[in-house]
Design a protein around this ligand. Sequence first.
Ligand code: NAD
Ligand code: GLY
Length: 358
Amino acid sequence: MKTLTVDLGERSYPIHIGEGLLQRPQLITGHVKGRQVMVVSNETIAPLYLDTVHQLFRGFELESVILPDGEQYKTLDTLNLVFDALLEKRFNRSCTLVALGGGVVGDITGFAAASYQRGVGFLQIPTTLLAQVDSSVGGKTGVNHALGKNMIGAFYQPGCVLIDTNTLDTLDDRQLAAGLAEVIKYGLIRDADFFDWLETHIDSLKSRNKNALGDAIELSCAIKAEIVAADERESGQRALLNLGHTFGHAIETGTGYGSWLHGEAVAAGMLMAADLSARHQWLSQTDVDRIEALLQRAGLPTRAPEEMNEARFMSLMAVDKKVINGNLRLVLLKAIGEAVISNDFDPGLLYETLTSAA
Ligand code: NAD
Ligand code: GLY
């Protein structure tokens, strides 16, 4: 087992990573607030892991709420199902919500924990690769709005993240690939050596070699933990974690939530960011080709869907959270391993990227 720490002073918390950790209650029960524990999961994950997680919290006053499965349910209506369950079961302020699932369950549960009675305990048990390397760490929580992704939410850190890599055994290949998009993102924004390592190990990762997966999760979480500790509320460098996301969120919203997976949209978006960086002569075409090849070997799309024309991209990107005073800011690449956030890009070159993306 490996343990990392997200260093946020009094709100610091551990990330435990390893095989079989769902059998180790001592890693997580010390982080429960109060005696009441509500496990929030969904209809796909609950049949696989809810009994095991109930064993983990044996001895607590334990309830669960099972949500519908899918990005299209990451809504205020679904959030309300969590509040309904908490109130029906008479949960008081001294209680803890446990997110058991992927990023959708994690984001909804975190926002419920942030707002139920103005804030209660929150623990993360992520079960997708994407959630294990990204969404369970860092405290971004929230839901989508029909007009924009993740537009309603709060920063709210968990008290512990418990990553049992054995849960990846039941994940399908498409979801595993979606998680690899965020892993590749870390190499691109921060660590050229990690990008090289990924080029060498991508086949082991795709074939679910546990050592390779454990190493990739640990390195990804270490990069994320460092960035979050330095800039929890995204006033600066945390925005780098959004490489590909401005384009990707536009694809997700524009195609209707759920048809493109978040990681798939981010993959196509990262190649668009690389393409725009190359059009500014910041990145060489050889590097763009390397990025495209790695994404393709991971099983990810590198072209935007055909319905996403330039006008559609521009109107959806205008509601991105990185827009300040009407100015669009984008995360771009100066090199593999070095990302920058910039509003100093040529709109004509952005037009070329958008028109050639699909
Ligand atoms: P997801 O939560 O929809 O999970 C993907 C699918 O896998 C679902 O059908 C789920 O039921 C299923 N599943 C989960 N674990 C499983 C397992 N072990 N075995 C079998 N099936 C399993 O999608 P995701 O990719 O985990 O997360 C995407 C969401 O995360 C998006 O809403 C995105 O906006 C959000 N996100 C948030 C952050 C953040 O910092 N908060 C970061 C990145 C992404
Ligand atoms: N996934 C982006 C962030 O956590 O900041």
